[in-house]
Design a protein around this ligand. Structure first.
Ligand code: PMP
Ligand code: GLN
Length: 387
């Protein structure tokens, strides 16, 4: 993430994917599905392109997509946000998260992140000049310690970033944990930036939305995207749902970043949301990933990796403590050697941590299970064949 001189460097995902290509390895590192999303997408996209939807969308996003997003939000019994003043379409969740941090964080502010973190958060928070305060999720439970969480807040706290379900650990916070976050944010008048890109991949219990609590209602920016839900990580369509005042601020910033997300892709995502709402798509998606989770975990059971069954996301983290010494000393070395020698790429967990807390995660790696069953079986077979 940061090189020796403190400058931004390439992401671990790019690095491991390049290594995977170089060694013709199965890529369980970078999280992207190896199948296309529902067929409605390509049909709707072709119609949008031939139907003249090829010029700039408005900065806020196409009204049709914002209308569908309001319905999507209301699906799980949540309040239906106002498409005009509370919904902004972005170039992936990436842009929604970046615009939110750039709009609301300034030098002197503090922003709280949980570790291990998605690498975008410290990278963009760092650009704003805000001070990063972290709360480690300690293995093997990977849950926030309520005392450390309280201590992380100060009178300078401007924002807390909550990724739930959580990449890389797969943790899904329970309602009491989320309500502690919302209460602390209210006490300190801080913004809660939720990253909900895995919202449809919570297996045991749904993810809690802090915007549905009294404490969180007026201060939550809820970010999500079509990337994971429709297996279109390359389309770059995401969104932010926030109260009107916060929406105004993030739209101004967002307008100077990408201006608008790709217009024909917005049209196709709107169509897919309409279709999904009237089908059992979300249930089938979750069931599919539950099956893939089982295939990965069963396969890893025959190896020396000690994997955690995730409550959400399409990632499983595994302890490397029992893997043979010849595979490397820590997660980073093991990830590189596995890619080169066993033909399976994974990501070391320490890439998602600050230097101060890296020691907690040195003996852990992350496996992605957003791959076809036969690919997952082949990957775990390669690992068990290698020792
Ligand atoms: N947040 C998290 C936690 C992620 O894992 C990812 C990667 N898919 C993103 C954000 C980026 O999502 P998008 O593709 O919508 O930009
Ligand atoms: N979200 C993906 C992951 O965690 C990576 C996306 C990216 O490369 N930006 O693997």
């Amino acid at each position: 993430l940061l090189n020796e001189s403190g400058r931004l460097s390439s992401t671990i995902f790019e690095e491991m994917s390049a290594l995977a290509v170089a060694h013709d390895a199965i890529n369980l590192g970078q999280g992207f599905p190896d199948t296309d999303g529902p067929e409605v997408l390509s049909r709707a996209l072709a119609e949008a392109v031939s139907g003249g939807k090829n010029q700039y969308a408005t900065i806020a996003g196409s009204p049709d997509l914002r209308g569908e997003l309001a319905e999507h939000e209301a699906l799980n019994g949540r309040r239906r946000p106002d498409p005009d003043s509370e919904i902004t379409v972005t170039a992936g969740a990436t842009e929604a998260l970046s615009a939110s941090m750039l709009a609301f964080l300034s030098p002197g502010d503090e922003v709280i992140l949980f570790e291990p973190f998605y690498d975008l958060y410290p990278a963009i928070a760092g650009l704003t000049g805000a001070r990063i305060v972290t709360v480690p999720l300690a293995p093997p439970e990977f849950r926030p310690d309520p005392v450390r969480l309280r201590e992380a807040f100060s009178d300078r706290t401007r924002m807390i970033v909550v990724n739930d379900p959580h990449n890389p650990t797969g943790t899904v916070l329970d309602p009491s944990e989320m309500s502690q976050i919302a209460e602390l944010a209210r006490e300190h008048d801080a913004i809660i930036l939720t990253d909900s890109v895995y919202e449809h991949l919570a297996f045991d219990a749904p993810s809690t939305d802090p915007a549905t609590t009294d404490a969180g209602r007026d201060r939550t920016i809820r970010v999500s995207s079509a990337s994971k839900t429709f297996s279109i990580t390359g389309w770059r369509v995401g969104w932010a749902i926030a109260p009107p005042e916060l929406t105004r601020g993030l739209r101004v910033t967002k307008g100077y970043l990408s201006h608008s997300a790709a217009a024909p892709l917005q049209a196709a995502v709107a169509e897919a949301l309409r279709w999904a709402r009237q089908s059992d798509f979300y249930d089938r998606l979750r069931a599919q990933y539950e099956d893939q989770r089982k295939i990965l975990l069963d396969g890893l059971g025959a190896t020396s990796f000690d994997a955690v069954s995730p409550a959400g996301t399409f990632f499983s983290v595994a302890s490397t403590e029992k893997v043979p010494d010849s595979w490397g000393r820590d997660g980073t070395e093991i990830s590189e050697r596995l890619t080169a020698n066993a033909g399976v790429a994974v990501v070391p967990l320490q890439a998602f941590a600050t230097p101060e807390n890296r020691h907690l995660y040195t003996d852990w790696v992350r496996f992605a299970f957003c791959k076809r069953p036969e690919v997952l079986r082949q990957a775990t077979q390669r690992l068990s064949d290698s020792g």
